[in-house]
Design a protein around this ligand. Structure first.
Ligand SMILES: O=P(O)(O)OC[C@H]1O[C@](O)(COP(=O)(O)O)[C@@H](O)[C@@H]1O
Ligand SMILES: [Mg+2]
Ligand SMILES: [Mg+2]
Length: 281
């Protein structure tokens, strides 16, 4: 029973997911449980990963952003997947990802029960970042195989970039104040796919956020499929994650599709962010 077998399945599915995008850039009939319209590409990637991950003895449950309920199949870890992250980018042919968390618990579960997490980035190259046993590794994925290109990945000490989601007028004032200071120091990089935007931080250092919005106090991203796995990866790489007050791994998980404000990056930026959000003076 190894986590590496799960990573292998995801790597070997990456080419299939990427290859299936042609012809699947249209909307499907259904909405996902978060009320967003699904693309045919979302539905296809979800079905493919469900079949292949549940076929592993080590995986006893599969949950995804694209389906209402957890699918169970015997004993084993629970894998929570965002099959295509940033899928609105498929229409404009920009970067997207796949992200997953491996929980040693029944879902919904807190991020502290994660034993591993990973993402695939469909960019000019297909790359994969895995976090497990206190180590983050970056791979290039070709022909279904992953070859390591960076071992023991840590966030660079000299941060360079930032990317923040949501409409600017919707940002709460205290978050806008934080942004004003960040803008003086870092360069903007925002592409509308969390995985691609976080990978900028993993490569150059800095801070990514999809914050609480005036109209959506819990933000947009989902805790089990996006927030906790990405928090686990960034924290394993020496960074910090926060919902504004605590690590994303410490957020209470009460429902499968719950949303959470997401802030990840170099520790000094997340500390500054938390101070800005809790400064009542
Ligand atoms: O279009 P917006 O509001 O900037 O939202 C972008 C965010 O939404 C997402 O696309 C949500 O993920 P899905 O595409 O998996 O629903 C994130 O990847 C991204 O950070
Ligand atoms: Mg997503
Ligand atoms: Mg998605």
């Amino acid at each position: 029973m190894t986590v590496e077998a799960i990573f292998d399945v995801v790597a070997s599915s990456a080419d299939d997911i990427r290859g299936s995008l042609t012809g699947r850039r249209t909307y499907a009939e259904e909405q996902n449980p978060s009320g967003e319209q699904q693309l045919a590409a979302d539905v296809h990637a979800d079905q493919l990963l469900e079949e292949r991950l549940l076929a592993l003895d080590s995986v006893g449950a599969y949950a995804s952003e694209e389906r209402d309920e957890v699918i169970t199949d015997g004993d084993g870890w629970s894998v929570a997947v965002d099959p295509l992250d940033g899928s609105s980018n498929v229409k404009s042919n920009n970067a997207m990802g796949t992200v997953l968390g491996v929980y040693d618990a029944e879902l919904p579960a807190p991020g502290r029960s994660l034993i591993a997490a990973a993402y695939v980035l469909y960019g000019p190259l297909t790359t994969m970042m895995t976090a497990h046993d206190g180590t983050v590794t970056e791979y290039v994925v070709e022909d279904g195989e992953r070859q390591p290109v960076r071992e023991n990945v840590t966030l660079p000490n000299d941060p360079v970039v930032y990317g923040f989601g949501g409409r600017v007028p919707e940002w709460p004032d205290d978050f806008s104040g934080f942004v004003s200071s960040v803008e003086q120091e870092l360069k903007l990089r925002y592409g509308g796919a969390m995985i691609a935007d976080v990978n900028q931080i993993m490569t150059y250092g800095g801070v990514f956020a999809y914050p609480a919005l005036e109209s959506h106090p819990d933000g947009k991203l989902r805790l089990l499929f996006e927030g906790a796995p990405i928090g686990y990866i960034v924290e394993t790489a020496g960074g910090r994650s926060s919902d504004g007050a605590r690590s994303l791994l410490d957020v209470t998980s009460s429902s499968l599709h719950q949303r959470v404000p997401v802030h990840v990056g170099n520790p000094e930026y997340i500390t500054r962010l938390e101070e800005a959000l809790h400064d009542d003076s």
